[in-house]
Design a protein around this ligand. Structure first.
Ligand SMILES: Cc1ncc(COP(=O)(O)O)c(C=O)c1O
Length: 392
């Protein structure tokens, strides 16, 4: 059977490749520790599970979701309350918010709603591996915008060639950033709004790690003046409330873009199961304390890894956001080679930086989403099986 030409451009999804490798090694009896994927092992809060169980018993919720592609008004109102409380952002639940089946779905449907075939679309490099395929599916062409450590992993907007900026129809960004852990600043967000305005660019600000910050305030793109004129923010309950498997998130901001996403969704899926939206309301309304507790846990896990890295020769400052560490590889290795060394000597899986774009080369990403005892075991193996490394 033939398959579509467009799929030929799209490499296998990074974490599917890693998962296959891990499963194969486990079948052969290797005790693999996975620091690759960012998928919290800690459970979803009880209040959320209780809300799901109760709502799942109501036959009203067994039908197609209420307001289908938009999500239930009560869910959208909970999103508005959450944005007001957490970010001091005002949103109209009728037109400025739509429920998503996770932020990844939003990335995809943003492209289908905004990008025309042949359009250039700016995307940070390194960047989340989901963006480029979404752009290709819409017929657009990604244009990589470098994020460099010397600019705190923020794109230098002034260095984007002006003909490219004028031609581009959209820009995907994400802070707190996967993979680097960098955070944005209010000044950068204001510059981004100005850049988007003067070049007619629609912003897709993907913010699923908004609450996972260390020593700085959570920041929403929508807080920047004029943000709603130029873009939308995607957010998600996946990382904030340990709900990756539940598939629920939201897009908020510019009415035209939200309307475009709604049109795509109404012709593609039929929305999020009502019972999951009720559970989402419980998360958004009652679980701020849970997020604070998870931040303490991630803080302790960071210390566990940092202690081992120091012992092995790294001098490394952890980033201010996310549950990832973006670690420079030692002299003599590229990111794939260093991941291979970790796998061979320690049965530890890390994500190679090069898989996030050419500017990701020279780094590997560790995810801190496994249990403390497994993380400690991974670090013990590294201390035992690797020697001290040299760095430039
Ligand atoms: C930057 C970024 N965007 C989107 C997603 C997808 O999140 P969700 O589970 O909400 O689809 C992830 C998941 O790792 C991510 O890192």
């Amino acid at each position: 059977m033939h398959t579509a030409e467009r799929l030929k451009k799209i490499p296998p999804y990074l974490f599917v490749t890693l998962r296959n490798k891990i499963n194969e090694a486990r079948r052969q009896g290797v005790d693999v520790i996975d620091l690759g994927v960012g998928d919290p092992v800690n459970p979803t809060p009880d209040a959320v599970i209780d809300a799901l169980a109760e709502s799942a018993r109501d036959p009203q919720n067994h039908r197609y979701p209420t307001d289908e592609e938009w999500g239930m008004l009560s869910f959208r109102e909970a999103v508005a309350r959450w944005y007001k409380r957490r970010h001091d952002v005002d949103l109209d639940p009728k037109g400025e918010i739509i429920a998503l089946i996770g932020s990844k779905e939003g990335c995809h449907h943003f492209a289908l709603g905004v990008v025309n075939p042949g359009d250039l679309v700016l995307v940070t490099d390194p960047g989340y591996p989901g963006y480029k395929p979404s752009i290709w599916f819409a017929g657009g062409e990604p244009y990589p915008v470098p994020m460099k450590p010397e600019n705190a992993y923020l794109p230098n907007l002034a260095e984007i060639p002006s003909d490219i900026a004028r031609k581009a129809s959209a820009f995907y960004l994400n802070y707190p950033n996967n993979p680097t852990g960098a955070v944005a600043t209010p000044t950068f967000l204001s510059e981004l709004v100005e850049f988007a305005k003067s070049n007619g660019i629609a912003i897709c600000y993907d913010n699923p790690y908004s609450e996972l910050v260390f020593g700085v305030e959570p920041l929403s793109f929508l807080k920047a003046e004029g943000a709603k004129e130029v873009g939308v923010e995607l957010n998600s309950l996946s990382k904030t409330f340990n709900m990756t498997g539940w598939r629920i998130g939201m897009a908020s901001g510019n009415r035209d873009i939200i309307g475009a996403i709604a049109k795509v969704k109404s012709n593609t899926d039929s929305g999020v199961f009502n019972a999951i939206q009720y559970a989402g309301i419980a998360a958004l309304d009652t679980c701020d304390g849970f997020t604070a507790k998870m931040l303490e846990i991630y803080g302790r896990r960071r210390e566990t890894v940092l202690a081992t890295l120091r012992e092995l020769g790294w001098t490394y400052d952890p980033p201010k956001g996310t549950f990832y560490l973006w670690i420079p590889v030692p002299n003599g290795y590229n990111s794939a080679e260093f991941c291979a060394l970790l796998f061979e000597k320690c049965a530890v899986v890390a994500a190679p930086g090069a898989a996030y774009g050419q500017n990701g080369e020279g780094f590997v990403r560790f995810s801190l989403t496994i249990t403390e005892d497994r993380l400690e075991e991974a670090m013990r193996r590294m201390r035992t099986n690797l020697q001290r490394f040299a760095f430039d």
